[in-house]
Design a protein around this ligand. Structure first.
Ligand code: C2E
Ligand code: MG
Ligand code: MG
Ligand code: MG
Length: 286
């Protein structure tokens, strides 16, 4: 009787476990091969000066082209890459690709603004991380202030001293540091106390609730005040329409990012976007 039930359970569970394990191995090798085979690419989303409409920066966001033609977004694979350690390869690829793009723009275009990369908290636990970044920054001879790293407060949850040291070393290489999703972590204020950072990015959840919710509105205004008082730049993310824009503008925020201006777009579309708004700006300035 018991043996029977046991058998039944056995029969029921094993194929599923096998499938999960297989999926992981499969995904791991597909990720490794994907990097080698150029299946990854970057989309760019402009960061815009709200008073002029000019592009003052960009965020590079990773995508993964699948063999069936579909595109995987970071939510579908970054966590997996983090849990397997493959994130280091992904980050290395992104840093290299963005630095190469910075050089290309410096040679071919008139614009010069920082390009931001999202850095995983797991990158901070990689002993070779700073060395790796230094190698790429020197290989391409990246001017100070053109490469930006967006990190979240989670980076400082464990071993704060170590993380502080890494941030100092990155800044010494000329890398700008932004705190992404600011206000959603557990240590927002201590991060500001302990670190020199260049920008705070106000998380889009605060922005999107702000116009209907007094508390969110107060939080957004306060973050902008804090940033001002500390001489740190502040960016509002997730601006989806004109009402969002008016709100953050009235609250004193000068730079915004979101679907209202542009979704993340291909390199070619991004270059056209910059050309268009910068031309409008020059025409407007006479
Ligand atoms: P994030 O850094 O906070 O990036 C913002 C995300 O919000 C992006 O999603 C972007 O497409 C989306 N977004 C931008 N404007 C708006 C808006 O107005 N409304 C709404 N609802 N969403 C908006 P995406 O590209 O899917 O990236 C999601 C997250 O994945 C990013 O959040 C970032 O944490 C991570 N990520 C993206 N690229 C990379 C990468 O190269 N490396 C690592 N480690 N993480 C990455
Ligand atoms: Mg980001
Ligand atoms: Mg964000
Ligand atoms: Mg986010």
């Amino acid at each position: 009787e018991a043996k029977q039930a046991g058998k039944k359970t056995f029969y029921y569970f094993v194929p599923q476990l096998e499938k999960v394990a297989l999926d992981r191995i499969d995904l791991e090798s597909r990720l490794r091969n994907g990097i080698k085979n150029n299946e990854f690419f970057l989309m760019y989303q402009p960061k815009v000066d709200v008073s002029t409409g000019q592009v003052v920066g960009a965020e590079a966001l990773i995508r993964w082209r699948q063999s069936d033609g579909s595109i995987a977004t970071p939510n579908e694979f970054i966590e997996f890459a983090e849990s397997t350690g493959l994130i280091h390869l992904v980050t290395e690829w992104v840093v290299d690709r963005v630095c190469r793009q910075i050089v290309a723009w410096n040679n071919e275009s008139s614009h010069q603004f920082p390009i931001a990369i999202n850095i995983s908290p797991k990158d901070f636990t990689n002993d070779q991380f700073v060395e790796l970044v230094a190698g790429i920054v020197h290989k391409y001879n990246i001017p100070h202030g053109q490469l930006e790293f967006e990190i979240t407060e989670n980076v400082f949850m464990k071993d704060t001293d170590h993380s502080r040291k890494i941030v100092r070393q990155l800044r010494a290489l000329g890398v700008l540091i932004s705190i992404d999703d600011f206000g959603t972590g557990f240590s927002s204020m201590s991060v500001l106390l302990d670190l020199d950072v260049d920008y705070l990015k106000i998380d889009k959840t605060f922005v999107s609730y702000a116009r209907n919710n007094e508390k969110s509105a107060a939080i957004v205004k306060s973050i902008i005040d804090i940033a001002r008082n500390l001489s740190v730049g502040v960016i509002a993310e997730g601006i989806e329409d004109q009402k969002d824009l008016y709100f953050v503008q009235n609250a004193g925020c000068n730079v915004a990012q979101g679907f209202y201006y542009s979704r993340p777009i291909s390199l070619e579309d991004f270059e056209q976007y910059v050309e268009r708004v910068n031309m409008q700006f020059s025409a407007y300035m006479g």
